[in-house]
Design a protein around this ligand. Structure first.
Ligand SMILES: Nc1ncnc2c1ncn2[C@@H]1O[C@H](COP(=O)(O)OP(=O)(O)OP(=O)(O)O)[C@@H](O)[C@H]1O
Ligand code: SF4
Ligand SMILES: [Mg+2]
Length: 347
């Protein structure tokens, strides 16, 4: 993607993963014959890439397709259309057997640290399971490897024999992270890793993920519904609305000069602690609810809620185009463009 080769983005731009035209429709079946009556257009044509060592955040309201995207990238779901390449290899429809090595390289951290850990297994069994599943030999036995992992994520290695219910929410998410790290993955898709946790411990877990990234040379796709949570960990941010990326770019650009009206609205909802800045900033209240992904609006999917919408927005879908170096947005009337309304280059 052209946005990745511009000087604004990270220097080392080695593409780890690339998605093009990525689509996932869930068929809706009805009646005795279970005929397909329509589709939930959960993810509808995503184009983006993830650079080695970076954190790309996927942000958007509930139901916009973030988890589905994460599950497609980790191949837990089969795409309806489009292509995914990992380290240059097409993995879109790779068989389960061929996927085996990839299962080690690409891991997912789940949102809910309560339901993602089996309550009947000890922490040792949970964190050690990937070694057994993938038949990976460890230097000093699985127990030692698990204890090292527990230590790495800030847990007491002596608690190896305890059960998940004996830990707090934050500690359980650390257990989940330890399990994820067992096989030394290259890419971690973290699906709202802190949203189920107390606000007071969210930052600790986010910081842990950041430290681990530096230490272990990890690449992250971080999913969040709130732009504030991922602000300081993101290198780049992709904003999603109803199954599409509406804006993608480097962090500073997206947060300081959002181009898509939806990004602007999301940012205006982020609480500002400083009362002076708060007074200056206007809260944009979007009208109505997010429309259904079964029958999304024509043209620009955001037109039913956008305060800038014109006739053209109802009929013509705006393509995701590069409007500034390292910045792409899908809007007929974008904000904060270097040359208002003019596209620099079409990709
Ligand atoms: N297995 C499925 N079958 C049918 N529809 C699905 C399935 N999984 C997800 N969906 C639908 O696809 C859309 C996108 O869901 P997804 O879970 O990816 O959104 P999300 O952005 O992760 O939302 P949240 O912030 O609530 O986690 C939603 O309308 C959801 O109801
Ligand atoms: S294309 Fe039109 S409706 Fe869509 S975000 Fe831009 S101005 Fe709003
Ligand atoms: Mg989700």
């Amino acid at each position: 993607m052209s946005e990745l080769t511009t000087p604004e983005t990270k220097q080392a731009t080695e593409t780890l993963l690339e998605a093009s035209g990525l689509q996932k429709y869930f068929p809706i079946r009805k009646g005795l014959l279970q005929r397909v009556k329509g589709n939930v257009q959960a993810v509808d044509g995503l184009d983006f890439s993830v650079q080695k060592g970076e954190t790309l955040s996927l942000v958007g309201e509930s139901g916009c397709g973030k988890t589905t995207t994460g599950r497609l990238l980790t191949r837990l779901l089969e795409p309806t259309a489009g292509k995914i390449t990992f380290e240059g290899r097409d993995i879109t429809h790779m068989s389960q057997a061929a996927m085996r090595p990839l299962r080690r390289d690409v891991q997912m951290i789940f949102q809910d640290p309560y339901s993602s850990l089996n309550p009947r297994h000890t922490v040792g069994a949970i964190v050690g399971a990937p070694f057994k599943l993938q038949k990976v030999a460890t230097d000093n036995g699985i127990k030692r490897a698990v204890q090292d992992l527990l230590e790495l994520v800030g847990l007491n290695p002596e608690h190896y024999n305890r059960y998940p219910h004996e830990f707090s929410g934050g500690q359980r998410q650390r257990i989940g992270i330890a399990r994820t790290l067992a096989l030394k993955p290259k890419l971690i898709v973290a699906d709202e890793p802190v949203s189920a946790l107390d606000v007071s411990i969210q930052a600790q877990v986010v910081n842990l993920l950041e430290d681990l990234q530096n230490e272990l040379d990890l690449t992250y796709v971080m999913i969040a519904h709130d732009l504030s949570v991922v602000r300081h960990v993101s290198d780049r941010v992709a904003v999603m609305y109803l199954g599409k990326i509406v804006e993608i770019g480097d962090r500073t650009g997206v947060y300081e000069k959002p181009m898509h009206p939806y990004t602007l609205a999301l940012l205006s909802a982020v609480p500002v602690p400083d009362p002076e800045r708060k007074a200056k900033r206007e809260r944009i209240r979007l009208k109505g609810d997010v429309p259904s992904p079964i029958n999304p609006p024509s043209g620009c999917r955001f037109h039913t809620r956008c305060w800038k919408a014109q006739e053209v927005c109802k009929t013509d879908e705006p393509p995701l185009v590069e409007l500034a170096p390292g910045r792409r947005a899908a809007c007929h009337f974008p904000e904060n463009t270097p040359d208002a309304g003019q596209t620099v280059k079409v990709v």
